[in-house]
Design a protein around this ligand. Sequence first.
Ligand code: MLT
Length: 239
Amino acid sequence: IFAAGSRGRRDFHGKTVVVIDVLRATSTIVTALTNGCLALYPVADPGTAALFRRKLGSDCLTGGERQGLKIPGFDLGNSPLEYTAETVAGQRIILTTTNGTQAMLEAEHAAEILIASFLNAGRTSTYLADKAEVVFFCAGTKGEPGLEDLLCAGLMTERLLASGVEAELTDAARIGLVAYRHLMGRPEADPVAVLHQAQHARGLVALGFSDDITYCAQIDSRPCVVRFRDGRITLLPEA
Ligand code: MLT
C-alpha cells in the first residue's frame, strides 16, 4: 500500500515512512550529506538545538529556518545552496525547520524512516521496491499538503509502478500520481516552472530564494538513499 500522507496521518507502526519536504528541508539534507556532511540531527526548535550543541560539543554546526530565514545565532539557514562541500564536509549539523524536521520527528514510530526530495527520488524509489507498506509523508506547510511534495511522492510512485511493483494505492497516493503525470510527467514539462507554481515557492521567491527552487527541481541529481535512525540522519551505504 502506498500512501501520500500529510501531517494528520499518525499510524506509522511497521511502515516505511518517506519524509518529503522538497522546499526545502529534505533537499537541504540530501545536499549536505552528498557534500560530505557526516550526519544531521533534526530537533524541534532553536532552544533544543542550543542544548544539543552543548551535548555534542562545539565542533558541530546549527542550521535551519523560521519563516524561511536563518535563525539568529545559527551557523546556516535552510537554503541547500549554503550547504557546500567547503562548509559541511566532515561536519555534524543540528537542524530545525518549521515543517520538515517536525515531520521527521513525528514519524519516529515507523519501522524505517527515509528522507527524499527530487534530488534523490530515483534511488529512493528503487530502495522502496521490496517494502510491504510505504507512506509518503509530505511535510507541506503547517498541516496543509504542498504541491511540490505531492509531485515528488507522485514521481516515486510512478517509478515504482514502472519498475513492475504491484501497488495498491490510496486515494492520496493516486492524487500525487495524477498530479505528477499531468504537470511533470510529459517530455515537454519544465520541473522548474512547475515548482514555481507551488504556494511555498512563491513565498521563497519573495524572500529572494528563487535559485533554491531551481536547484530543488533537479530530478535525480544526487542519487542516494538517506535514512533517519536513532536521532541521526545519514547516507545509507551503497549495497
Ligand atoms: C520547512 O521545514 O518548513 C521548510 O523547509 C521551510 C523552508 O523553505 O525553509
